[in-house]
Design a protein around this ligand. Structure first.
Ligand SMILES: [Zn+2]
Length: 269
């Protein structure tokens, strides 16, 4: 699956953000082509503590930087720096590729800007997901193919980029791809922000339920409080309590307290 791209600036806007194209990279920072076959979309972060799309576009606008990317996205804006028919210098520069196929020549590269502490904010990630989804549509990458054709720099070679997603089981990366798929499926009755809010509310509820769930002690193990063990042992030794069916004690916290109180009152002496 690959799409021949001749148009340099096919995406005009996404999620209400107009892509600005008046601060293009110097031609000394990328390979120029009339057209090229694009298969992959690769996600990056700028790695600066805090920066903007405009500042990055400006940096690459003049001089030989030895690197480049097609898009820079921050919380409110997006600059396209390199036309899509040209190959940005974004995932090259190593002889130790992790990915067997993705290279500068067949990829589109999106840089996410940082919002302080070298971290890409949720807002920027959400914007990047919408841009990524627009590019998927343009490149005929369906939701079912996102896992194959949307990559991190970290997947192409072992670079910690984007740093906050650069490990093999990154939840943030999985969430990002789910966001892109949801946008592509068009099945989102919720905006990404609403979805995130709902997700954190559900997580909060789960935690609250966990906290009010009555504690049941099934065995005399590390789980059982030390203060209860002598009494439970005593009653087990005398055959007064024993595990039912599969030898579980199934003592609730209240029951545990009650038998210990009784024991201390001398009822089992
Ligand atoms: Zn990168």
């Amino acid at each position: 699956m690959a799409r021949t791209v001749t148009e340099g600036f096919p995406i005009k806007s996404f999620a209400g953000i107009t892509i600005i194209t008046n601060l293009l990279s110097s031609t000394s920072n990328y390979y120029s082509y009339e057209s090229r076959n694009i298969k992959y979309i690769v996600m990056h972060y700028t790695g600066n503590s805090s920066d903007t799309a405009k500042a990055n576009a400006n940096y690459f606008h003049s001089g030989s930087r030895g690197a480049s990317a097609h898009y820079f996205v921050d919380e409110n804006t997006c600059y396209q720096s390199v036309a899509l028919n040209n190959a940005a210098w974004a995932v090259g520069g190593t002889s130790h590729y992790k990915h067997k196929d993705c290279r500068n020549l067949n990829s589109v590269n999106i840089e996410m800007c940082c919002s302080g502490g070298h971290v890409v904010s949720k807002k920027t990630i959400s914007n990047a997901a919408y841009l990524c989804a627009e590019l998927c549509k343009h490149l005929d990458i369906s939701a079912g193919n996102v896992d194959t054709y949307v990559l991190r720099h970290y997947d192409v070679w072992d670079k910690s980029c984007p740093a906050q997603w650069a490990n093999d089981n990154s939840q943030g990366w999985a969430d990002f791809k789910e966001m892109v798929k949801r946008i592509l499926n068009g099945s989102e009755g919720l905006t990404v922000t609403q979805y995130e809010e709902l997700k954190s509310e559900i997580a909060g509820l789960k935690k609250a339920i966990e906290e009010i769930k009555p504690k049941i002690y099934r065995y005399m193990d590390n789980n059982m409080p030390e203060w209860a063990k002598p009494t439970v042992q005593k009653l087990m030794d005398r055959g007064i309590i024993s595990g039912v069916a599969d030898n579980c004690l199934d003592l609730s916290n209240d029951l545990l307290r009650l038998i210990v109180i009784n024991d201390r009152a001398g009822l089992y002496d």
